[in-house]
Ligand binder design. Structure first.
Ligand SMILES: *Cc1c(COP(=O)(O)O)cnc(C)c1O
Length: 332
């Protein structure tokens, strides 16, 4: 199967911001856009994106998961980057319309249609290093995906990094390209030097998140994750898993965790750790690498609570369990 994110539906929804207003949304070819080489985004990284999914149910209906949360975060990222304010209801409608157009192409579970709203600064103005773009473009790309968990159910190897950081602290809550560029060098080094799959960034010992997913620790009936602050990306999957954990009677602890506490708890055989995100869903961590030493997490394999929470989430997304929290928006 093609690698995640390399196949796109032939059309996308697009709107542009000019003269202080958004154009009516259009459906255009998804294989090219026209951009001035001096566009603000290409020089000063005025860009943010979102990632959400649409799912097919067994009765043929198609549903988008927690779209309101993603659109809200998209608006927040745009605001923090001084991009033009998005029109949340317009963007929501663009998402629903383009998914409806390709409803027949939404894969069966465990596949889904990945939705990638993107907002970029388009003003051709290389003198604006310290000024916002006056114009922008916003489009919604669709990419059908399989479930790459079943392809590689192996628990991850994660390097704990106490000296670096994923991005500048004031950028943590923004889903913006520059943050991934910032984390790429350290991640490639961690892959080459200690065969890590990802880095868990823990500046000064404070356990934050990896390059593109949130971190959750499960100790018996308790699920622990860093409380929301401006230093990291507030994942929709994180919040969903915490809600499902509470529904299942687990104790949810949102608080800071230190690397010392993490390693101490990880040594217990009943402990599990996982990464959460729209693409990864909930992926188990088998090993922490810290100061040249390897620490197994619990048994080193995917644990039962991680699997139970992942299943509970998939069951709602796939229409196999009631959507008691109203997380799904039916498209067709
Ligand atoms: C997208 C992302 C996440 C996960 O967010 P979800 O809303 O769960 O997909 C976590 N961390 C970073 C840095 C991300 O970019």
């Amino acid at each position: 199967m093609a690698a995640f994110g390399t196949v796109f539906m032939p059309k996308m929804a697009l709107t542009t911001f000019e003269n202080n207003q958004w154009s009516p949304a259009a459906t255009v070819a998804a294989d090219s856009i026209q951009l001035h080489p001096g566009a603000h985004v290409l020089h000063y990284s005025s860009t943010c994106f979102e990632g959400l999914k649409a799912f097919r149910h067994s009765d043929g209906s198609v549903h988008v998961f927690r779209m309101d949360q993603n659109v809200k975060r998209f608006a927040q990222s745009s605001r923090f980057l001084s991009l033009p304010a998005i029109d949340e209801s317009q963007v929501s409608q663009m998402i629903l319309d383009i998914v409806a157009q390709y409803a027949a192409d939404v894969p069966e579970p465990p596949g889904s249609m990945y939705i990638r709203p993107t907002h970029i600064g388009t003003e051709g103005a290389i003198g604006k290093a310290a000024a916002p773009t006056a114009t922008s473009m916003l489009y919604v790309l669709l990419s059908p995906v399989g479930d790459y968990f079943t392809a590689g159910a192996k628990a991850l190897r994660i390097l704990l990094d106490e000296t670096g950081m994923r991005c500048a602290p004031h950028m943590g809550m923004i889903k913006s390209g520059g943050n991934y560029a910032s984390a790429l060098g350290p991640i490639l080094r961690a892959k080459a030097e200690v065969q890590a799959d990802q880095i868990l960034f823990c500046p000064g010992g404070d356990v934050q998140e990896t390059g593109a997913a949130n971190f959750l620790l499960i100790d018996g009936n308790e699920i622990i994750t860093k409380g929301l602050d401006s230093s990291f990306l507030h994942g929709v999957t994180r919040s969903t898993i915490l809600t499902l954990a509470a529904d299942l009677g687990m104790t949810v602890s949102e608080r800071n965790i230190t690397v010392d506490e993490l390693l101490e708890r990880a040594a217990k055989p009943s402990v599990e750790a996982a990464l959460s995100g729209t693409a990864a869903v909930l992926t188990p961590i088998g090993t922490f690498i810290h100061n040249g030493k390897e620490h197994k997490v619990g048994t080193g394999e995917a644990g039962p609570t991680t699997q139970k929470l992942r299943q509970a989430l998939n069951d709602i997304q796939w229409g196999k369990a009631p959507d008691t929290h109203g997380w799904l928006t039916q498209v067709v």
